[in-house]
Design a protein around this ligand. Structure first.
Ligand SMILES: CSC[C@H]1O[C@@H](n2cnc3c(O)ncnc32)[C@H](O)[C@@H]1O
Ligand SMILES: [Zn+2]
Length: 418
């Protein structure tokens, strides 16, 4: 199957784009080719699909359920007791709702860490997105729970062989305060043997750092170094409370970092994400929304704006975190973190892209597309989404959206009654 996008704005030029199968084949003005279907790009701009590199998709079910709390009471008193009740059906409908929201706001790929990830895999499969799904691991420092976690990882890894090529398997130890060093080392070895990403929350709050020093005698990054698990496969979510030596250690080991400005602000975990220092040290930084209970949506356009404005504010530097770098953080950097040949519109890359509707106040006048996208727009500017060479949304409509809203709301209300 082939798709020809005619006359869309790309890097300031009116351009045609030919997609063949799952790849972008040609990019240029007035292509003289035929295709199975043609999309009119007039009045639209093409951008790479966003890569949300840290979320918990099915937490859409907890949107607006527990707000205005700090991280640990929020997790321990509100979120974890309700997550313990989740069924595979709940996670499936929560994930379908997440996929719908991501498609509607231009995300084509996400990195997820959540319970019952098999249900998320089914939702992703059906909705047509691309995802890397972590099998979660907790042991709460209890050896019998560590053995259970290992058995779950071995089994779910074998099952993941049946997933489509759009879905990749990864390992998701939750955090250093819920997973023992012994289990972290075992997971790192498993990840190494099987070439898998390892995704972990780290240095999210000042309390986490204080507790790490008290419990392990080391700050979180130094603790991971001592365990021997800093590696290019490691993807850290948050990483707010780092000193300059820790940033150097991450850079030296090729560790990737995901910035989550909305949840960092809403849970008041910390503002001073050291993007400039990480970028200058050579750490690849991606952007995430985190889950809908702490962000409270999956809109990467909004996340770019918050990242930029937060970075400018705490540094008191209006030149910090400019729009162009935010777009790269949300696209090419995310693709690099997940090892995908995507995140840029050029021949040979995966056909994961969106068309923005420029006929709106946010894009009028359109002196600078990236500026308008980051500072003026929100995710509702997205008109068309293509992932893996297939159209997932056209004219801002996704097939079956009413049923998803209805079913997801029903399981969310039912969960709270259980
Ligand atoms: C291992 S499944 C994911 C686990 O993480 C919880 N979670 C959601 N947001 C955060 C956050 O900001 N920091 C730490 N943990 C978080 C989620 O509720 C699941 O239990
Ligand atoms: Zn998270």
């Amino acid at each position: 199957m082939s798709i020809l996008i005619k006359g869309a704005l790309l890097r300031g030029e009116v351009t045609d784009i030919l997609i063949e199968g799952k790849y972008i084949r040609e990019v240029g003005p007035s292509l003289t080719v035929t295709a199975d279907s043609c999309l009119d790009g007039t009045g639209k701009a093409v951008i790479p699909g966003f890569v949300n590199t840290h979320t918990h998709a099915a937490m859409t079910l907890f949107r607006g359920f527990a707000d205005d709390m700090p991280l640990m009471p929020w997790l321990e008193e509100k979120i974890w007791p309700n997550e313990a009740k989740l069924t595979i059906e709940d996670v499936y409908w929560g994930s379908r709702l997440a996929c719908l929201e991501m498609i509607k706001t231009g995300t084509t790929t996400f990195l997820d860490m959540y319970h019952k990830h098999q249900s998320t895999a089914l939702a992703v499969e059906e909705m047509g997105l691309r995802a890397t799904l972590c099998a979660v691991a907790f042991d709460h420092f209890q050896p019998e729970k560590a053995e259970k976690a290992k058995a779950y990882i071995r089994k779910s890894f074998d099952e993941s062989m049946g997933y489509s090529k759009r879905i990749r398997y990864a390992l998701g130890p939750h955090a250093i305060y819920t997973v023992s060093g012994e289990l972290l080392q075992w997971l790192d070895e498993f990840a190494n043997e099987n070439q898998l990403p390892l995704h972990l929350h780290l240095s999210e709050t000042a309390t986490e750092v204080e507790n790490s020093i008290r419990q392990f005698g080391l700050s979180p990054v130094r603790y991971l170094y001592k365990l021997g698990i800093l590696s290019p496969r490691l993807i850290l979510a948050h990483a707010i409370w780092l000193d300059s030596d820790e940033i150097r250690m991450l850079a030296d080991h090729g560790v990737k970092v995901v910035h989550n400005p909305l949840s960092n602000m809403k849970l008041a975990s910390g503002m001073e994400f050291k993007y400039n220092e990480m970028r200058d040290a050579g750490v690849v930084v991606g952007l995430g929304t985190d889950g809908c209970a702490s962000s409270n949506n999956l809109d990467m356009v909004e996340a770019m704006k918050f990242a930029s404005l937060l970075g400018k504010s705490w540094r008191k530097d209006p030149e910090a975190m400019p729009a162009g770098e935010m777009v790269r953080m949300a696209t090419a950097n995310g693709a690099q973190i997940l090892g995908l040949n995507a995140g840029e519109i050029k021949p040979g890359t995966l056909a994961d892209l969106s068309l923005i509707n420029l006929k709106s106040p946010a894009f009028t006048p359109n002196f600078n597309l990236e500026s308008n996208l980051v500072y003026a727009a929100n995710g509702s500017c997205i008109d068309t989404v293509i992932c893996d060479g297939k159209i997932l949304m056209q004219n801002a409509r996704v097939a079956g959206e009413e049923e998803i809203l209805e079913k997801a709301a029903a399981v969310a209300y039912d969960l709270m009654k259980r």
